[in-house]
Design a protein around this ligand. Sequence first.
Ligand SMILES: Cc1cc2nc3c(=O)[nH]c(=O)nc-3n(C[C@H](O)[C@H](O)[C@H](O)COP(=O)(O)O)c2cc1C
Ligand SMILES: CCCCCCCCCCCCCCC(=O)C(=O)O
Length: 389
Amino acid sequence: MAKHWADFQYEIYLNGMTGAVPRLPTDLTRLEELTGQRLGPGPVGYVAGSAGDGSTARANRAALERRRIVPRMLRDVHERDLSVEVLGRTLPAPLALAPVGVLSIMHPDAESAAARAGAAQGVPFVLSSASSTPMEQVAEAMGGAERWFQLYWPKDVEVARSFLDRAKAAGFTALVVTLDTPLLSWRPRDLDQAYLPFLHGVGTANYFSDPAFRAGLAKPVHEDPDAAVMHFVGMFADPAKSWPDLAFLRENWDGPIVLKGVLHPDDARLAADAGMDGVVVSNHGGRQVAGAIAAADALPGVVEAVGDRLTVLFDSGVRTGDDVFKALALGARAVLLGRPYAYGLGLDGQAGVEHVIRCLLAELDLTMALSGHAIPSTIGPESLMETVG
Ligand SMILES: Cc1cc2nc3c(=O)[nH]c(=O)nc-3n(C[C@H](O)[C@H](O)[C@H](O)COP(=O)(O)O)c2cc1C
Ligand SMILES: CCCCCCCCCCCCCCC(=O)C(=O)O
């Protein structure tokens, strides 16, 4: 029998019989405010902030909230199974932890704690290129659990090749290539505080530990850290890349490749034509193009264009179990969760991330059951109604 994520609800109420209450709110939309009260303005601004005036991040929420679930009754939802097939693997639920860079600004245990939380709950962890912890160390913290590596495609081809080789050797099974960050966007919350952790050598661990990266330095990192930081800034991404360049990744990575940051159906078609395995429909949580289309509004068009050729994943704005339901109804195979787990980490380390995962999936499980769905594949466009305003 598959795990019933909703059992977390019983657990909480039963613990309450001894007077215990959860350490963190179970309404995950409250985590941002709580994090703001407990952590410094730099880290909180960096994580909670968005591009421009925040309109894309708001649009992400609005596009999900505008769509309402149409529950069905008397459909035998006693036994439920939330598992899904993603990139050739069976996941226990349609969820992965999105790549979130520089997690040490939230908690000293950073990516290792978040990865362990994912591993403990069976949820894949996607490690950012811009992590505070080298990929090998995160992999070790996870044991044999499912992990994917997110590539910020370095300008230097030897560093790119080295990242792919290291990720493969460290047991990362899928490559998630982020396309929407060839440059850092205009982020007023960070600009107003002149806050960018990378310039202090935080979030650069994969680079500073990389032999090909180090080979390009005149002096070792510890002797001239500022030069190492500037070397990182110069090679972090490459705005000159175009679609034919994807052949390099296909030649140098033998597992599944997923392109993250796709919003236009034609880009999704180009991804399929380039031999990719999937796309993440995402606007980077509203952090890159101010004024961009909401990710949930982009999802149906991408699914229609390539749903039969590629695995379509989704992120940007997911905060609740019903948001996950809506993304599935719009055609996503699974969702990636961003900021909420970073807040959980900031508030309570690994336990905080596990709390976030368990709340989200318990709410999804209950939303499915109460709407007449025992498995994700029965959820479809007819499960939603789009409302106006
Ligand atoms: C603090 C922060 C750092 C991020 N770092 C990365 C990153 O290194 N690589 C990447 O592909 N996406 C990164 N993202 C974007 C997430 O992977 C994801 O697309 C986004 O957070 C989803 O939106 P949500 O936060 O509304 O769930 C980052 C997001 C945040 C909030
Ligand atoms: C001397 C100033 C240089 C500014 C250029 C900075 C280049 C480094 C940018 C690293 C960005 C990592 C992004 C992580 C992420 O995805 C996010 O959303 O944040």
